[in-house]
Design a protein around this ligand. Sequence first.
Ligand SMILES: C[S@@+](CC[C@H](N)C(=O)[O-])C[C@H]1O[C@@H](n2cnc3c(N)ncnc32)[C@H](O)[C@@H]1O
Length: 234
Amino acid sequence: MATTTADAKAIGELNREWFDSVAESAYKIEWVRDLVHQISTFLRENVEWIGQPIGSDLRVLDYACGAGIVSMALAPFASVLRGIDISGGMVEQYNDTARHLGLSPEQMRGVRGNLLEDGEFAAGGPEFTGFHIAVMSMALHHVADPAGMIKKLAERLAPGGSLVIVDWVTPKSPPPDHPAAHTVTRHGFSEKEVREMFADAGLSDYSFRLHPRRSKVPGGETQQVFYARGRTGA
Ligand SMILES: C[S@@+](CC[C@H](N)C(=O)[O-])C[C@H]1O[C@@H](n2cnc3c(N)ncnc32)[C@H](O)[C@@H]1O
């Protein structure tokens, strides 16, 4: 079934409300802290896998940035870090992170936006295009149209730029109900689905990795994080 802008707006609005309400508390929860530590350690230790020349002058888009975990991990390699998030509360957290890192708004700044919506909310203009790296971490399962989102992110890359998606592998059984259940559109993705979405977006040099250990989630369960990478044509 085709996904409409109205669907994207409706699920986007649920996400905005929820993440505004938890923006100050979310990263204090133990399993969330463990998870973001896993992700940032993986990105730092596997920065060459992302597929860009490693220096300190990369332009990085941290999409659905939350408090900026991805930006913190990649800051040593970047001259420009830009965050986009649908939640204004999360954008405030992101910009606080920039201040804590001692980075100016020219170096690191976040804005509200949703690439699945048109108009002023689409975070357009030269400041938000031409990225060497775009990363969307733990958020693709929150959007109405994941394949459409991957296409929109690919459009924000410079020629030869890398897109990285970090998310859950679809669990064998649905996770127990949780307070944010109304903000997700699925529980995760299969490798095949991800590969096909990257190919449909015109991305090549595809690579898919599993996190070396499973991640704790509420209810004493664990889930598996994946990292997928593709690149635009040079
Ligand atoms: C689970 S958090 C992950 C945040 C961050 N990327 C991280 O790894 O810590 C999901 C984030 O996605 C944002 N979000 C949800 N739907 C979005 C959309 N359509 N566009 C932009 N941000 C979105 C939420 O506001 C929230 O900050």
